[in-house]
Each structure stands twice: as C-alpha cells, then as structure tokens.
Design a protein. Structure first.
Length: 317
C-alpha cells in the first residue's frame, strides 16, 4: 500500500492528534501493534508503551543500516492502535504533559506482574534485582520467570542457559525481541506441540504474504535438514471437550473407554475413563472429539476465501 501525504494548506505545522480518523492499515482486532513498512509485517504488542519503545529501537537500528538496502527511509516501525496509525495526544506532543518512564516485571510464561509493595522502578536493573530477590528467575535474553510451580514454568527454567540458535543469513530480528522467545510466547499456555494451518486459508492470502511465509518455511527446512522427522502426520479436525461431559457415543468416537459399574456390578460413584493407551483419565480431562472440518478443501489451489476486513483504499481516503 502506498501512502501519499496531503499537502498542507498553511505553513503552520499542525499538532499531531486524532483530529481525523485515519483509514485502517492493519488488523482492527489487535489493540496495539507495530507495523514494519519495509516488509508489511504487523507485530502485536502488549501495550502502547511496549510498542513505542520497540518502535524507537527499531528506528534507531534501521538508521544504522545501509539506506540503499534496508535503511530508515525504507523500513520504518509505525505504532498501530486498532489497525490505525497512532498519534500522541497534542498536550503530550507539545510538551505540556511530560511522561515519566517506570518499569515493572512480568513473567515470560504466564504474564503475571511482579506483585510487590514497590513494583514500579525508574530503571530496568532495579526491577530485575527485586524480582530475583523475590525468587524469580532471570533467564537468558532478558526474560523473567516467576516462582509458579507447574510444567510450563519448570520447562522455562530448565531451558535457562541454553544458547539460542545463530540467525541464518538475512535474518534481522527486531531490536528488543529476544531471538528465542516469540514462538513460545505465541503458543501461550497451551500444550500444543504442532501448528496446523489450513492450506485453503494460506492460499487465500495476498501473494506478498504467501511469498514471505514460503521464504520462512524454506529457511526452516534448510535449518533443520539434518533432523529426522516423521514421513507423514494425520490431522484430525474436531472439538476439545471434557471427558465427563461426553455421551457414551461421543466417548467411543474419541477413543475413550468408560466404566460405570465395578466388577461386582455395583454402580461406581464416579465413571472411570481410560484413553487409547490404557491410561486412566480424570473426568475433567480434555479429549479430542472428532468432527467435520469447517474450512473447505483447497481443491488443487482453486479455493479462495476473502480474508476478513480487507479493504480497497485510495490515496487520501
């Protein structure tokens, strides 16, 4: 998308502010995001402060690059709010209201804030030091891990100290984002071990997006060509339900065996569930109930679905 600036009517510069509601250039469902104009990529941000700091880092780094290749005039970081270019309040922009930068810690795994009497500090070092004193773990890459005891937190603490993979030629991670964290953060608190993306939806995206993801997938295959992988996988569409909420027919479809009576024929206080591997499941355990895939078949590359929220814009709109 090419943005053509409108010529000013006077020589007096106008204060930035929400005088005119700009046309959306990003995903309106994302509250705060960073738009990299050089690649068209949109990166969700936790809040506007994180977006502003990351944009400033990226702009400073881009200014040091070769301007004929990918410099500040080509690759810019623009803060988006609900898909629209964000501008500060005029009072803040002109200096009538001045910000004070304070820092607080959040856990890399669960996002919990560091809850202490004085949880905001004027320097990063102060808040990290207090978090570590409170039994948090200072992981490599600037991440902090809280003292919760569960599998996700234990795995994150166990991974501390491992050297991140060296970037491949041409990879320039955005300053301020650790090279070994975004994927784990994107998966969140799920236990998912794989990402399943419908081919139909991928081929329905714009060609520029398809080029970028194909380049990333090619890099991934090249980076791990030495790693043995399964020849094929069976992807089963469906829904996730608690075993105790399923009927006997649904349990059979999910591959779960249920016992409602003991060996003496007496009814059990609670049904006993067993999975395909013979492992006993509690009634609140989630299982996959196979169903119908709502996404249509890719049909040899012919199926197309219009992405939600796509618009046709004209200069000055």
């Amino acid at each position: 998308m090419t943005v053509t600036p409108t010529a000013p009517h006077t020589n007096t510069p106008a204060l930035p502010g929400p005088a005119v509601d700009p046309a959306p250039v990003g995903d309106e469902s994302i509250e705060w995001a960073l738009w990299l104009t050089g690649t068209g990529e949109q990166r969700p941000m936790r809040d506007h402060i994180t977006a502003l700091l990351t944009a400033a880092q990226h702009t400073a780094q881009a200014a040091l690059h070769d301007t004929g290749h990918r410099g500040a005039q080509v690759d810019r970081a623009v803060v988006l709010h609900r898909g629209r270019v964000w501008s500060p309040d005029p009072h803040a922009a002109c200096g009538a209201v001045k910000p004070v930068l304070l820092w607080s810690a959040r856990c890399k795994v669960c996002g919990e804030p560091f809850d202490e009497e004085y949880d905001h500090h004027s320097t990063v070092g102060e808040v990290v030091e207090q978090a570590v004193d409170g039994d948090w773990t200072d992981a490599d890459g600037g991440w902090l891990i809280c003292d919760n005891e569960d599998r996700e937190h234990d795995d994150a603490r166990a991974a501390t100290g491992r050297a991140p993979a060296d970037p491949l030629p041409g990879q320039n991670p955005l300053p301020g984002i650790p090279a070994d964290g975004p994927i784990h953060t994107w998966f969140g608190l799920t236990y998912a071990n794989y990402l399943v993306v419908p081919r139909t939806l991928m081929q329905s995206m714009p060609a520029s997006w398809q080029q970028r993801i194909v380049a990333c997938l090619t890099e991934l295959d090249a980076a791990f060509a030495h790693v043995a992988r399964a020849e094929a996988y069976d992807v089963i569409p469906g829904t996730v339900r608690e075993a105790g909420d399923l009927t006997d027919v649904e349990l059979a479809a999910a591959g779960v065996r249920v016992e409602r009576h003991g060996e003496d024929g007496a009814e059990l206080d609670e049904p006993r569930f067993t999975d395909r591997d013979g492992e006993e499941l509690p009634g609140h355990e989630y299982v996959l109930l196979p169903g119908t895939d709502p996404v249509p078949h890719y049909n040899r590359g012919r199926t197309r679905i219009t992405p939600y929220g796509r618009r046709t814009t004209t200069p000055g709109a």
